[in-house]
Ligand binder design. Sequence first.
Ligand code: FES
Ligand code: FE
Length: 462
Amino acid sequence: MPDHVQPDPDADGAAEIRIPDVSDGLIDRSVYTDPALYRVELQRIFARAWNFMCHETQIPNAGDYFINYIGEDQVIVVRGEDGTVHVLMNTCRHRGNALCRAELGNTKAFVCSYHGWTYGLDGKLIGIPGKADFYRDRIDQADWGLVPAARVDHYKGFYFATLDPQAPSLFDYLGDVGRVGMESMLAYGDVVVLDGVQKNVIDCNWKIAVDNLFDWYHVKVSHNSASRVGFLNQAAMMPMTQMVMLGELGHAIGGPMVTREEQAKIDALSDEERLAIDRLPDAERPKVAPTLRRPLRSTATKAAMGPVGVRASGHPNIFPNLWISTRGMQMSLRLPRGPAATEIWWFTVMPKSFTPEQRRAAKKFIIHSFGPAGLLEQDDGENWSQSTMAGRGVASRRYPHNMQMAMGQDEVMVDATGQKAIETRVNEHAQRWTYRCWAEWLRARDWPELMQTRSPSPTGRV
Ligand code: FES
Ligand code: FE
């Protein structure tokens, strides 16, 4: 069995590339177009980070597998005979053929379609056709197993993997803000992730798809058609009551917030009263106060999210590319496919406690929101694509993107529990934070250096 992958920090010329200064909120367009920078992102961000793989309910039984990516490395996430979840490079050790072609399924072993090398669920090479006749028994099978991720772990059933053995634990990696983000999917208790991940490719840089998830400035304009047909309630977008949480290593949450006064009313509800409101049919929900139409977190979730996090009802991004959306019922990966292409995946996260009627309503809402057939991301995709392409021109690329909204004009509030947040109006704090952390990831040669040089979660004026 080979050792885990050991990323080589200088393999792609990281030492020679110029990493633009983004501290003034002006983003050099090369960050979206430069192929050399892109190679370093794969090496120093994706191969180093904890990447979301799948939820435990997607692979409940031994032999269940799901195909995902770490950057551009395709991996098989598979449950072994003993229940352990393995993450293995989906590339045969003989001549590199992809072993597994289906997106998900169940198997007893992985058989290569080229010459028939066969691997067990734990990645061990268990069969070589012609081992005695052609190799004359001069090959040690133990040396030629599938390459595993350095570490695999989960947060409450959500599995992640990293290729870097020096990465901190997943719990520490997520930190307070990342964990608040993950908890936002557990507002109604345990969840199941449904089969049928929606996938499509948009010709844009992956970071544009990421920074847009914090962007509540575009909603009124880009998604005007969705509100004109009555799908979006523009008034509910709350541009003047926004909260931003900035977490170390680039995790962030940005978007509407529940005010303290509103939260006090929610806190006065018992879990039973909360459940009764949650279960109201759509037609009756408008009769409930607007605050109570949002996900009403259970007592357990409130405790896990903390007094500030529980009021954040915007969009979390788990750095680098996992977006949690749609009241915690959709998750999206923005998978890099070259500097100017991003594969977008949409997972549906369904609370186990939902009644059949709630499930139907949630699915309908989800299908109409994001994903290739949704009303929202079609509008977004065109804009992201044009924003990326316009960075290619020799003249246009000299003019940076402006990400300066509200820079230096807001204050980070620190709660008695230590949780930090900015309470403000529509802004670009989380976008700037994302790019600042992105630059820190690229500059650091390895995890120890990144942990030493990363910005602490900001306090004071931002
Ligand atoms: Fe897989 Fe040859 S490439 S067995
Ligand atoms: Fe949008």
